[in-house]
Design a binder for this molecule. Structure first.
Ligand code: ADP
Ligand code: MG
Length: 604
């Protein structure tokens, strides 16, 4: 807060001094005013910079501090006060930028799914989180954000509390343990009792996210500070040379003043801020400066299939009952179990059932493979071919060979359902590729992406059909979440990798990649939480826009830095010959700043 008022105070002092200097011609008074302004305004900056130095931060504000001190020692109050104005103005602008960045995070939060599953009279209802009352019994599914603070009544799960505690490792929780709103259920499903209403619980989460956004400060500055490492010693050498040439102490000040690297301080955060805002306008939430910088350099783009390359809202095309089961009963049981999964296939099945369902017991999900649970004292295993084979052995497909043969060649997503130890049905799920994928690949290529890879937990057969339609050569199918991670990690050893995904099974890979992009509109909460960038609109072609905006932003930021540093350097040479008086130097530097700011704003 103090630093926000500082530039106004300094500007006022400068102008007041000028009034006494020119129209009134009382130079003694203006000198006093400027000196006061310099001391009062400069003290907090010098103090802050020293504090930074003691913390071992070698940042771009050191030259400004040296200029301020030198101006004071040499009685050049006006020039010193102008430096204070530049420096404090830059910091105020940066603080403003951070606030704006955190407000875009808040808007992400507002749009995030906010619901709870309430259990009442033996049925499950999806209700708005605001309707949750203290004492309500809620069901939490894997991948869900925990809606309100409460206590686990039955079941257990790993809970990711990073949003609240910063602790990266999930903690396992079970009956009797407390759970907190905004934390994420990583695997198991459980029943909980609400101990707080949403208003009280949710608040915590918002506060936490805003705080996290403010901690993002460091990456935003990084680019400027990288240049400061060269620029600061260069300035010191130049002022020394200047002194050796002219033997005038004012030369040192003149060089320091024209070198004050405000373009470095201003241009990067300003350009990145504009980039973040520009992205937010098209539904792309970039969580901070670092991903804004990195995503533009993507060399390998990795895409998940289901929900990313294909639509996130599939539907059940056909139900094939096997081994004397009826389609109706099969759908009822399957949908009952899928209520506890947040997978897009689960949504499709529940939609198809469309009526009151039973409550399953002992639910377990293997992300990207399938689910299992008990209904009416039968144990059901639902998922991919490999998942059932893994759980029950190949024997479970007894009597289904013909149907499997027929449907496997239909190029659809297949979900197999086993009752106890026997496969009793197949759900045929539509898997349509999103429009614009080939065009997206062309764009990515133009933007410098060298390789596109598709990873999926689905069958090899269907994966290769989809990949062919999409025009992706590099496909890996039947992957577990950890195998997706392995592939991304391997690629990351050599390349800048961007991973795009939607599901719980993608979250680990999103975290591993250089930049993770989540499909936020329909994707799981855990993936939006893990990713660095979230697409709020359900449109994967936005990935190209994201990369393009990043490249443009970084281009402008660098350009601003080079214009600013180049002009400063020219002035430094002139000043080192004693040809620029410190006050004139300060004014010239101000003009450069203005030009650089205008340039950085071009990102918009
Ligand atoms: P990806 O997103 O990696 O392309 P999926 O998330 O579609 O892969 O998972 C792959 C396969 O796992 C699906 O085709 C399906 O057979 C099975 N599967 C995963 N989760 C479920 C679930 N909740 N219900 C039924 N089947 C599932
Ligand atoms: Mg997916």
């Amino acid at each position: 807060m103090r630093l926000n008022k500082l530039p106004l105070f300094v500007l006022f002092g400068l102008i007041l001094g000028l009034i006494f200097y020119f129209p009134i011609s009382r130079r003694d008074i203006s000198d006093w005013i400027w000196l006061t302004t310099l001391i009062l305004g400069g003290a907090p900056i010098v103090f802050q910079t020293l504090k930074g130095i003691f913390r071992g931060e070698f940042a771009s504000d050191i030259i400004a501090m040296l200029a301020i001190i030198t101006a004071l020692v040499m009685g050049e109050a006006f020039a010193g006060a102008v430096v204070v104005l530049m420096q404090s103005g830059g910091e105020a602008l940066e603080a403003y930028g951070l606030r704006r960045a955190s407000s875009s995070l808040k808007s992400l939060l507002e749009r995030a799914p906010r619901f709870a599953f309430r259990k009442r009279d033996g049925t499950l209802d999806k209700i708005d989180v605001k309707e949750v009352q203290v004492g309500d019994i809620l069901i939490v599914r894997p991948g869900d954000l925990i809606p309100v603070d409460g206590i686990i009544l039955s079941g257990s799960a790993e809970i990711d509390e990073a949003a609240l505690t910063g602790e990266p490792l999930p903690r396992s929780k079970t009956t009797g343990n407390e759970v907190f709103s905004g934390t994420i259920d990583v695997n198991g499903a459980f029943e909980m009792r609400a101990n707080k209403i949403s208003q009280e619980s949710q608040y915590q989460k918002i506060v936490e996210l805003v705080r996290k956004a403010q901690l993002e400060k460091a990456p935003i500055q990084r680019m400027a500070d990288r240049y400061a490492i060269f620029f600061t010693p260069l300035t010191l050498i130049m002022s020394l040379i200047g002194y050796l040439i002219t033997r005038e102490p004012t030369t040192i000040l003149a060089v320091l003043v024209v070198a004050t690297p405000c373009p470095l301080i201003l241009a990067t955060p300003l350009a990145i801020l504009c980039g973040i805002n520009k992205s937010a306008k098209s539904g792309i939430i970039v969580k901070g400066g670092a991903p804004m910088e990195q995503v533009g350099n993507t060399k390998v783009a990795v895409f998940d299939k289901t929900g990313t390359i294909t639509y996130g809202t599939p539907f059940v095309e056909e139900i094939i009952p096997l081994n004397h089961e009826t389609a109706e009963d099969l759908l009822y049981k399957t949908a009952s179990i899928e209520q506890l999964s947040s997978h897009s296939i689960a949504k499709a099945v529940i939609e198809r059932a469309g009526k009151k369902l039973a409550l399953p017991q002992n639910f377990q999900e293997s992300p990207g493979r399938g689910v299992e649970a008990d209904v009416d004292s039968d144990h059901y295993t639902i998922g991919s071919y490999a998942y059932l084979e893994d759980k029950l052995g190949k024997k479970c497909y007894e009597g289904c060979g013909e149907a499997i043969e027929r449907f496997y060649n239909q190029q659809k997503m297949l979900v197999f359902i086993a009752k106890n130890s026997l496969c009793v049905g197949i759900f045929v799920i539509s898997d349509r590729i999103r429009p614009g994928i080939p065009a997206l690949l062309d764009k990515l290529h133009i933007l410098g992406v060298e390789e596109v890879v598709m990873l999926t937990g689905d069958s090899q057969k269907n994966a290769s059909v989809i990949a062919k339609q999409a025009g992706i050569q590099n496909v890996k199918a039947e992957l577990l979440p950890e195998q997706k991670v392995d592939i991304v990690r391997k690629l990351k050893e050599t390349y800048n990798v961007t991973m795009v995904g939607d599901g719980i099974n993608d979250a680990p890979a999103l975290a591993t990649a250089t930049t993770g992009i989540a499909m936020g509109a329909l994707g799981s909460a855990i993936s939006t939480e893990t990713a660095d960038i979230v697409l709020l609109v359900d449109d994967v072609t936005k990935v190209a826009d994201t990369i393009a905006i990043s490249q443009w932003t970084i281009h402008i930021a660098k350009e601003s830095i080079f214009i600013g540093m180049g002009l400063s350097f020219v002035l430094m040479i002139i000043a080192s010959f004693g040809l620029i008086a410190p006050p004139i130097g300060a004014m010239l530097q101000e003009i450069i700043d203005f030009a650089v700011i205008l340039n950085a704003l071009r990102v918009r």
